[in-house]
Design a protein around this ligand. Structure first.
Ligand code: SAM
Ligand code: SF4
Ligand code: SF4
Length: 385
């Protein structure tokens, strides 16, 4: 294994988190117009909120056991944003134009009473009075128990991660010996609860689970009558702990060619701008598949996503090296001694977004195929996928 295309296995999450910048409040406060755009003309439409940094899985590409072991210090409860704090920030982001919120983690369903947060968010309205689109990404381990309550609380849709149909391969990939059958039961419960269209995310890692591409496609074509959309995700060099190597990335184009040989495909138009997945459908009408190709095909051009970490740091890109400490504006007083108002915080967020020029994947695409930018990057389990 060459050193050039390998990222060292170290945990740099805490260092990155503690170096978050204090947001600047502009001298003149302008109220949100819902029309915010960044330095590259991209609007703010999507907010991903990580509700916990903990997880009951140890997927090697995300929270490898060697790093996230029994000595790993997860965040204390007091560091986490409370539901009230999350709601307050969500309302500010909605005033700026966000209309979709995705709850993620770590494993979001491990956050106690998450249904209560969903209920609170589902009461929020965009400036034109529309309810938010509230979704959640989960490993599915406790979804069978929770799907109905999540739906009742106001969750619209769910995305479930599953990397293999083969039980041995899946147990090895989650590295906690968790069985496929329980995740499938979670997907069934989500379908029954009406949390569709359900997306299933499969990270394809060459040498680990590429033999599962066809079994996964076959299963989701055959079982759900087009109600479950399988999406193939390129293994990404996110964070600093997964020992990422370019030769373990299976480009989406290759996955698509393989799939097309067995189940002929045709391209679909993207449903909306800012969409991460390229959409295809089976020519025989048995549903849709997606490809998320952040390594081989950058989609930064219309990236309208902001990420809020578990402890309230705002990140402008999945690969950002630094966040902005919004929690301090919620918990600490203004230098004059008064609390920060919503207008102060909204103005700070507006300024941060206006100055945004992140486009990591696009820049990486112009570098040699084996390279990954160096520097401290935040873990996926901390800011969510
Ligand atoms: N625990 C939940 C789950 O697994 O669905 C939510 C958080 S997880 C960080 C969100 C998504 O990121 C999952 O679909 C996971 O497969 C994906 N992911 C994590 N690390 C990745 C990597 N290195 N490359 C590509 N996708 C990754
Ligand atoms: Fe946990 Fe999701 Fe990361 Fe797997 S991908 S370790 S389930 S947070
Ligand atoms: Fe958005 Fe950053 Fe991903 Fe580009 S690399 S699509 S800017 S999150």
């Amino acid at each position: 294994m060459s050193e050039r295309n390998t990222i060292a296995i170290v945990d740099q999450r805490s260092a990155s988190a503690s170096s978050a910048a204090l947001p600047r409040i502009p001298d003149t406060i302008t109220l949100p117009s819902g029309l915010l755009s960044d330095g590259l003309g991209r609007p703010l439409r999507d907010l991903r909120i990580s509700v916990t940094d903990r997880c009951n899985f140890r997927c090697s590409y995300c929270m490898p056991k060697e790093v996230f072991d029994k000595n790993h210090q997860f965040l204390p409860q007091s560091a986490l944003l409370s539901f009230e704090e999350i709601l307050r920030l969500a309302q500010i982001f909605v005033a700026h134009g966000v209309h979709k919120i995705r709850l993620t983690g770590g494993e979001p369903l491990l956050r106690k009473h998450l249904e209560r947060l969903i209920e609170m968010l589902s009461a929020v309205r965009t400036p034109d009075g529309t309810p938010l689109d509230i979704t959640l990404t989960t490993n599915g381990s406790v979804l069978a128990r929770k799907a109905a309550a999540l739906k009742a609380a106001g969750l619209n849709r769910v995305t479930v991660s599953l990397d293999a149909m083969d039980d041995t391969i899946f147990r090895r990939m989650n590295d906690v010996d968790f069985p496929v059958a329980d995740v499938l039961a979670g997907i069934d419960a989500a379908v029954a609860a009406g949390l569709g269209p359900i997306k299933v995310n499969m990270v394809v890692k060459r040498g680990t689970n590429e033999q599962e591409i066809l079994p996964m496609a076959r299963y989701f074509r055959d079982h759900y009558d087009g109600h479950v959309i399988l999406r193939f995700i390129e293994y990404m060099d996110v964070g600093a702990t997964n020992g990422w190597r370019m030769d373990e990335v299976m480009p989406s184009a290759e996955v698509q060619r393989l799939l097309d040989l067995h189940f002929p495909l045709e391209a679909l138009d993207p449903s909306q701008s800012g969409e991460t997945a390229e959409r295809w459908r089976y020519r025989d009408g048995r549903g849709e598949v997606g490809f998320i190709s952040s390594v081989t095909q950058a989609f930064c051009g219309d990236c309208s996503r902001a990420r809020l970490s578990t402890e309230g740091q705002l990140y402008l890109c999945l690969f950002a090296q630094q966040g902005y400490d919004l929690r301090s504006l919620l918990r600490q007083p203004h230098p004059t001694g008064r609390p920060y108002t919503d207008d102060d915080i909204a103005a700070a967020v507006g300024l941060i977004w206006q100055e945004r020029d992140d486009r990591y994947s696009q820049l990486r695409a112009s570098q040699p195929a084996s390279s990954s930018a160096s520097g401290r990057r935040i873990e996926m389990s901390y800011i969510g996928g």
